[in-house]
Structure formats: structure tokens, C-alpha cells
Write a protein that binds this ligand. Structure first.
Ligand code: E4P
Length: 213
């Protein structure tokens, strides 16, 4: 499994990139609006920092608008992936982007039929939202498993991004169920590093070392 970071905050992206484990970035309109900066300027900054896929979401609701916006976003840098919502219009746009060799990430996936349709329209990535499904009492992880099984069975090359991740267990379970990528909030990335026994171990090693030196 590879790691993307789910943020538009440039400091978080730089910190995560310095760890050497970052394969890409996902953003969405809510994350960008929190930053209070120009969307295109921020995307330029991010794509200068990270060489992997950087997902930038369109906000138009019709295919024509999505295609226009997506082309502008894709022109910012070669590693931009156009993020498109899972709608009928979104599917038309995904097909058009696929014909133009522009990578796409189909977002707001909440069932396997949506993922299958997105893949057949030519999506590079699909993003099932685990946390938001769990929030309403559904099983987000089961969805990852189902999509993974279908894609494997039908030899579909679209990659699964486990999105809306809320805690470290989501990451392990998504990896076991076959997600290719987990997109993590910065806080969860930090939580993956930590274990109390690691901290205690370091403390003990240093204390023992200092007794002798
Ligand atoms: C993914 O691409 C989305 O930006 C994100 O994972 C949504 O997460 P949330 O449900 O925590 O807003």
C-alpha cells in the first residue's frame, strides 16, 4: 500500500514529504477553503514539493464545466490528477479526460457499482470514503473489500484509494482488504509512527546509556 496525504496545508505536506513515505496528495474543496489561499497558487506550491499524484477537485456540476476546469488544473503541472465527483456528469467528464490522457480520481464513492462505473469510464483512481460510511452505521471496510474483489476478478487496473480515513486501524484494514493507497489526514500519519512501547524503549535505552557515561 502507498500513502497519500489528505490536506491542502503546505506545511503538513512538506513535513510528510520529509519522512520519505509520501507518494501523493489529495485535496478537496473543503480542505482548500480552510487554507484561505488561491487554489491554483497552492496547487503550484504542492506540485513543486511532491512529484507523485496531486488530486485537485473540480467544482462544476456539468460535464462541460468539469472538463473546462479539469483542463486548466491539469495544465498547472504534469502530476495533477483531476478529482471528479461520482455523478452522471462526472462519468462523462472522466471519459473525456481519459481520452485526453488526463488522470482522474473519482471521489465520493459509497458503493461498488459507483466504483465499477468510474473504472469503466476510465478513472485512474476511485476513492471510497470509509469514515463517512462508518459514521452512518455502514461498513466502510467491507466496501473496500468488495471493490477490490470486483477489480481483481475483472482485471480492472483502476487503483483504489482508501479515503476518509479516521484512525490507524483503518489503514491496516484497508491494506489487508486490497486498497492500493491510503490517503491520510496529517494527524493519522503521525499516529501511525507512534507506539508507547517504542517511546518507553527509547527512554530506557537512554537512561541505561547515561548511567554508564
Ligand atoms: C479524499 O480524497 C477526501 O478528501 C477525504 O478523504 C474526505 O475525508 P473526510 O470524510 O474526513 O472529509
Amino acid at each position: 500500500m502507498r500513502f497519500f496525504i489528505d490536506t491542502a496545508n503546505i506545511n503538513e505536506i512538506r513535513e510528510a514529504n520529509a519522512l520519505g513515505v509520501l507518494d501523493g496528495v489529495t485535496t478537496n474543496p473543503s480542505l482548500v477553503s480552510k487554507e484561505g489561499v488561491s487554489f491554483h497558487d497552492r496547487l503550484r506550491e504542492i506540485t513543486e514539493e511532491v512529484s507523485g499524484s496531486v488530486s485537485a477537485e473540480v467544482i462544476s456540476e456539468d460535464a462541460e464545466g468539469m472538463i473546462r476546469e479539469g483542463k486548466e488544473l491539469a495544465a498547472i503541472a504534469p502530476n495533477i490528477t483531476v478529482k471528479v465527483p461520482m455523478t452522471l456528469e462526472g462519468l462523462k467528464a472522466v471519459k473525456a479526460f481519459s481520452d485526453l490522457n488526463i488522470k482522474t480520481n473519482v471521489t465520493l464513492i459509497f458503493n461498488a457499482n459507483q466504483a465499477l462505473l468510474a473504472a469503466r469510464a476510465g478513472a485512474t483512481y476511485v476513492s471510497p470514503f470509509l469514515g463517512r460510511l462508518d459514521d452512518i452505521g455502514h461498513d466502510g471496510m467491507e466496501l473496500i473489500q468488495t471493490i477490490s474483489t470486483i477489480f481483481d476478478k475483472h482485471e480492472i487496473g483502476t487503483q483504489i484509494i482508501a479515503a476518509s480515513i479516521r484512525h490507524p486501524l483503518h489503514v491496516i484494514d484497508a491494506a489487508k482488504r486490497g486498497a492500493h493507497i491510503a490517503t491520510l489526514p496529517y494527524k493519522v500519519l503521525g499516529q501511525l509512527v507512534k507506539h508507547p512501547l517504542t517511546d518507553q524503549g527509547i527512554e530506557k535505552f537512554l537512561a541505561d546509556w547515561n548511567k554508564q557515561n
